[in-house]
Design a binder for this molecule. Structure first.
Ligand code: GAR
Length: 195
């Protein structure tokens, strides 16, 4: 049973999908801690409703920067909670050292495109603007770049001619909710096999 630490900035629908997979027995894990850089994030209330410890990361008033001290604090909280694998679930700040050093090859991210295409913000809108026929979602290991780490799993989503940003995003989310818990389970298994 691997202990997960979850970082999110917003709605937390992928966090909910992870919980669902744990409840169903498809993901042998427990959630040690949920952290958010946004005090109003729904992911925090979703966690607290389930009795899961949830705390706010103080980013010192910076809008998008993840200050060194905040990362140190985050690493410390995750370690104290006994987290073994960190899952970014809609966490919108760039994770760098020292968090990467605290959990080497143990931080996963979910991104709403088929990386390496369309890294960065509003990836589904980037795909629409580029006029491609398909996009999707990616689970990858986090490195010091933006959406650049080794890819673990992907799911394709076809783009229909009448798609709007909302309709496309809804289908990408549905794909993410299936893909992320599966990819976490597979990666956790592979870690277990390496121990
Ligand atoms: C997801 O679509 C995820 O791929 C994206 O944020 C959303 C979070 O939704 N992550 C990124 O864009 C990271 N670069 P949720 O809060 O409902 O899980």
């Amino acid at each position: 049973m691997i202990r997960l630490g979850i970082l999110g900035s917003g709605n937390g629908s992928n966090f909910q999908a992870i919980l669902k997979a744990i409840d169903a027995g498809d993901l042998k894990a427990e959630i040690a801690l949920v952290l958010s850089d946004n005090p109003d994030a729904r992911i925090l209330t979703r966690a607290r409703d389930r009795g899961i410890p949830a705390q706010v990361i103080d980013c010192g008033g910076y809008k998008s920067k993840f200050p060194l001290e905040s990362q140190q604090w985050t690493a410390q909280q995750l370690r104290q909670a006994g987290a073994e694998l960190i899952c970014l679930a809609g966490f919108m700040r760039l994770v760098r050292h020292p968090l990467l050093e605290a959990f080497p090859s143990r931080i996963l991210n979910l991104h709403p495109s088929l990386l390496p295409n369309f890294p960065g913000l509003d990836a589904w809108q980037q795909a629409l603007d580029a006029g491609v026929e398909e996009t999707g979602c990616t689970v990858h290991l986090v490195d010091a770049g933006m959406d650049t780490g080794p890819i673990l799993a992907q799911r394709k989503v076809a783009i229909e001619s009448d798609d709007t940003a909302d309709s496309l995003l809804t289908r990408i989310h549905a794909a993410e909710h299936e893909l992320y818990p599966q990819a976490i389970a597979e990666y956790a298994n592979s870690l277990g096999n390496m121990d």
